[in-house]
Design a protein around this ligand. Structure first.
Ligand code: NA7
Length: 545
């Protein structure tokens, strides 16, 4: 049901696409620059990824105290997280709280999906259209479209014939869904499936987990946040803030593998396993660059899986064996492996018996049919580029983004694309994005873009556009950085491997010092960008002369 929308503003300084954490803060900063804005979001409200991913057990895998905006001391003081790792409803409530406090919703038309953005060379403006027939002209087009916003479901034979209910974790219904006493099939064992399987199994009649590739998962050790946790957080906050500013927060700590004895290595793994969370990847300084260090950390987790899962055959099938730990996004769970000790959970190993078809009554593998009343697809997303390539984006000379990215995404700093003037991507490919704290990275990009737009205003610059050579140099730097790590050794969505036909390019930037690189570019009057003075100021100068 479509809601009433405020009238669309047809001529604005900036269009902002997306009302998640990037888009909300962007609107706030643009207003401070005195700019007029029209925002759009396909969702019915704010929250971005947290609006859509409402599946059972959906939870952040970064501690809530860090998964928070830092730009508003008022919000920091007023908001209180209840748990170490916040669940989806609480994160969505947080987005809504910020939106209300700063009156940000007013800038957006919801349930309005942008369908195209076309650059007009003569007017030097973008024309943005939506599926509701809106048409807006804007000087700047800012895409806060998220890295994991286009869900992907497999196209299995017979899928449409299924007579039960189907769900995708990334497009969960807003009404409560009960699996009580029902037979449920979950397809996939990535983060979303791992979180939901654990929850669904608590009430379902039976859960069949259809696993193609086992993943590494570590315990979250989630817990309520106490007053003393908050006090400790505020004590370390200045140091944390400094790390964020230097771009080193969340980067692996610890000593290098070879500097530790076998006992010390083991003690370190045990310590981080007991603390819980994705911080396990910080056990060793070289865990993501040295295959031997990585094997040791992976072996430790495999050992834990064997200890937890009672049936040796099931445990064996759950052991990840085809990628270095951390080279695919590590999952953070609450009792995932233990769930396989329940009588109402069955692991179906698709390596032994691949899915052949979905039938009206369930899932048929090579060996047998599993009758289910509901199927949950936890099958992931067209990550990082999907949301942008789903739109018709036409830059200079009518050149499309799809053509520009035919061989994979190419950006300058993950912020701009050569040939697409005055067009910005928040946490775009080529920036740390999904391999960083997303909320901090959104903030950093919004701050950088806002400062840039302010500078353009002050300097009479009308058009900013990535220089093709600067972009090529950056793409090379992104690739070089990835090649020094173990990331390219996994068939992950970081590399586009989960989408048939998608070019295999490692998309996040993992070279470090990213924030200072961006700041330095700005300090050097936007080195690597082409700047065109506004015609007005050129005319004024000519008149003065
Ligand atoms: P992921 O991490 O991409 O996981 C998708 C899962 O779905 C993964 O286990 C896939 O197995 C599986 N999959 C995909 N297609 C199929 C088919 N056809 N048959 C069987 N299994 C399939 O997505 P998530 O939503 O879990 O997580 C994405 C991110 O969101 C996560 O990292 C967090 O940052 C939040 P495969 O490995 O391809 O064999």
């Amino acid at each position: 049901m479509s809601q009433d929308r405020a009238p669309i503003v047809a001529e604005v300084d900036a269009v902002v696409v997306g009302a998640g954490f990037g888009g909300l803060y962007m609107v706030h900063r643009l207003r401070k620059l005195g700019m007029s804005i029209q925002g759009f979001d396909a969702a019915g409200g704010v929250g971005g990824t947290w609006y859509w991913n409402r599946y059972p057990g959906a939870r952040c895998d970064i501690p809530s105290l860090f998964y928070s905006y830092t730009w508003s001391p008022e919000v920091q003081q007023a908001w209180r997280w209840s748990e170490k790792y916040a669940a989806q409803p609480e994160i969505l409530a947080y987005a809504e709280f910020v939106a209300e406090k700063y009156d940000l919703k007013r800038a957006f038309a919801f349930e309005s999906k942008v369908s195209s953005a076309v650059w007009d060379e003569v007017a030097r403006r973008w024309t943005v259209t939506t599926d509701r027939g809106d048409r807006v002209n804007a000087r700047f087009c800012i895409m806060a479209t998220g890295c994991l916003s286009v869900p992907r479901a497999p196209d299995l034979p017979g899928q449409d014939s299924f007579e039960g209910e189907t769900f995708h974790t990334g497009r969960w219904p807003h009404e409560p869904v009960s699996f009580e006493g029902r037979r449920v099939g979950v397809i996939g064992t990535g983060s979303s499936a791992i979180q939901s399987i654990t929850e669904i199994a608590k009430t379902a009649g039976h859960v069949f987990v259809f696993q193609r590739t086992p993943n590494f998962s570590v315990p979250a050790r989630n817990a309520p946040l106490r007053d003393e946790d908050y006090s400790a957080f505020w004590e370390q906050y200045p140091a944390y803030r400094q790390m964020v500013l230097e771009g080193t927060a969340g980067i692996a700590g610890g000593s290098p593998f070879r500097s530790l004895t076998a006992e010390q290595q083991r003690a370190r793994f045990e310590e981080l396993w007991n603390i819980g969370g994705a911080g396990y990847l910080g056990a060793l300084a070289d865990l993501l660059t040295n295959p031997v260090a990585n094997d040791a950390a992976a072996d430790f987790v495999r050992e834990k899986i064997r200890e937890i899962v009672k049936d040796p055959e099931v445990a064996e099938a759950l052991l990840p064996d085809d990628h270095p730990i951390g080279a695919k996004r590590i999952c953070v769970d609450t009792g995932y492996y233990d769930t396989f000790n329940r009588d109402n959970v069955t692991l179906v190993n698709l390596r032994k018996e691949p899915i052949e078809a979905i039938t009206p009554a369930g899932v048929r593998t090579r060996d047998q049919e599993y009758p289910v009343e509901a199927i949950v697809f936890g099958t992931g997303f067209d990550a990082m580029t999907g949301a942008l390539l789903n739109l018709d984006i036409l830059g200079r000379g009518g050149f499309t983004l799809a053509e520009a990215w035919r061989e994979g995404p190419r950006t300058y700093l993950g912020l701009q694309i050569a040939g697409f003037p005055n067009f910005f991507t928040i946490t775009g490919p080529g920036s740390p994005s999904v391999l960083s704290n997303m909320i901090s990275s959104c903030e950093q990009h919004v701050d950088w873009i806002s400062d840039c737009l302010g500078w353009l205003q002050d300097n009479g610059v009308e058009v900013i556009e990535a220089d093709p050579q600067a972009q090529e140099d950056w793409v090379e730097k992104v690739n070089e950085a990835a090649d020094k790590t173990l990331f390219p050794r996994a068939n992950s969505w970081y590399i586009g491997a989960n989408i048939p036909g998608k070019p295999r390019v490692f998309m996040p930037y993992v070279g470090g010092h990213y924030r200072s690189i961006c700041n330095q570019v700005a300090a050097e009057s936007y080195r690597g960008f082409r700047l065109s003075k506004s015609r007005d100021s050129a005319t004024q100068r000519a008149a003065r002369a």
